[in-house]
Structures are given as C-alpha cells and as structure tokens.
Design a protein around this ligand. Structure first.
Ligand code: HEM
Ligand code: HEM
Length: 176
C-alpha cells in the first residue's frame, strides 16, 4: 500500500491518521463525561491527568495530520450527485478539524487559567497568574465544542452511509 494519497484513495498515512483519531476520540469523549461525574479524589486527579495527556497527544497528532494534508492533498476524484455536495463535504471536514482544535485548545486554556503548569510532553508551561472567570469560560467552550463534534461526526457517518447504500459510489474504499 502506498504511503501517499492518490487522486482515488487515501494512502497508508492518511488512513492511519483517520482511524487512529477515530479510536482516540471514541475513548476520549466518553472518558471526559465519565471524569466529570466522579467525586473529587486522588483517583479523579490521576484520571484527569490521563485525559489531559491523551488530549494533548490528539492536538499534536491533528497538527501533524494537517501538515501532512498540506503537502499531500486528499483524493480529488469525487462524483457529485447534487449541487453543493462537494462544498458540504469539505465544510464538514473543515469543521471536524476546527472542533478538535477548539476542544483541545480550550481544555489547555482552562487548565492554564486555573494557574496550573501543564505538561506539553516536549516542555512544561504555566501562566504566572490565574483567572477563574476565563478558566470557566474556556471550560464551557470545551463542553459545547464536544457537543458540536458529536453532531458533526453523526452527520459525517450518515453521509458516508448515504454514499455507500444510496449513491453506491464506493466512498468507503477510499479510506479502508
Ligand atoms: C470520530 C469520528 C470521525 C472523525 C472525526 C472523522 C473525520 C474525518 C475527516 C476530517 C475526514 C477528511 C479527511 C481529509 O482531510 O481529507 C474524513 C474523511 C472520511 N471519513 Fe471520517 N471521521 C470519523 C469517522 C468516520 C467513520 C466511522 C467512517 C465510516 C463509517 C468514516 C469515513 C470516512 C470517509 C469514507 C472519508 C472520505 C470522505 C471523502 O473523501 O469525501 N469516518 N473523516
Ligand atoms: C480531543 C480531545 C478532548 C476531548 C474529546 C475532550 C472531551 C471532554 C469531555 C466530553 C469532557 C466532559 C465535559 C462535561 O460534560 O463537563 C471533558 C472534561 C475535561 N477536559 Fe477534556 N477533552 C479533550 C482534551 C482535553 C485537553 C487537551 C485538556 C487539557 C489540557 C482537557 C481538560 C479537561 C478538563 C480539565 C475537564 C474537566 C474535568 C473537571 O471537571 O475537572 N481536555 N473533556
């Protein structure tokens, strides 16, 4: 299998980026909701640190994915079944990336405005001063961006289903 994308299908790296992110989000979203349902304890702090580590890893991974996409464009061979279809698909992909960045950056800002020092894997960083109002605002952004991501992923999967079962254009083969 080729590493690079062709005009017809994603290459190995594009496929790995897509499915590893899918699996990571499948765990990370329910994990986040579970985390906030826990009472304050040392176990919860440990789980929160794991949530943060996985979240920062998803941030870097998505950044590498976009750098890869910029030097290796996605397959362009797309059949259009109605006007605006390609635009809707591209908008959905753009918003999926945007919501993952909004979630990760708002999570990071919430912790930094709490006055905590974060481990960014390659370095550690913290603000000098806390600001609980901004920490709260970014936390709200974190929560709503998660709902947005869930809505976008639902649309994405419904669209793939429509392509596969209604239009029968073998779209799934591009990414499998
Ligand atoms: C967390 C869940 C998911 C996310 C965040 C996600 C995200 C994305 C993104 C961002 C792209 C565009 C890639 C590019 O830059 O070219 C894409 C493409 C694609 N995804 Fe997903 N995806 C998810 C789940 C799924 C699932 C479950 C399926 C299959 C049922 C799927 C099938 C596809 C297909 C077929 C494409 C290619 C679409 C095209 O080229 O028009 N995705 N996905
Ligand atoms: C794509 C990556 C991420 C996803 C999908 C995600 C998802 C979630 C979800 C669903 C919640 C529960 C929200 C609620 O209902 O109140 C949550 C909570 C939280 N997330 Fe994330 N998150 C991600 C990355 C991050 C990052 C990078 C950080 C910080 C560096 C972070 C920090 C937090 C914190 C501190 C909480 C709340 C825990 C508490 O109540 O103390 N998250 N996250």
């Amino acid at each position: 299998m080729k590493i690079f994308n062709s005009s017809k299908e994603y290459g190995l790296l594009g496929k790995l980026f897509h499915w590893i992110t899918f699996l990571a989000l499948l765990v990370q979203i329910p994990f986040g909701f579970y985390l906030v349902s826990l009472e304050f304890s040392s176990e919860r702090i440990e789980l929160e640190n794991i949530h943060i580590f996985v979240g920062i890893t998803i941030f870097y991974f998505t950044l590498f994915r976009l750098i890869w996409k910029s030097i290796n464009p996605s397959p362009t061979n797309i059949k259009s079944f109605f006007r605006g279809q390609i635009f809707i698909g591209k908008a959905n992909h753009f918003l999926l990336y945007a919501s993952v960045f909004t979630i990760t950056i708002s999570g990071i800002l919430k912790k930094l405005y709490m006055g905590e020092t974060l481990n960014f894997i390659f370095f550690k960083y913290g603000f000098e001063k806390d600001n609980f109002i901004l920490a709260d605002t970014y936390y709200n952004v974190h929560v709503y961006a998660n709902y947005l991501l869930l809505a976008l992923v639902t649309l994405h999967i419904l669209a793939v289903g429509a392509h596969h079962f209604v239009f029968k254009d073998n779209i799934l083969k591009k990414i499998l």
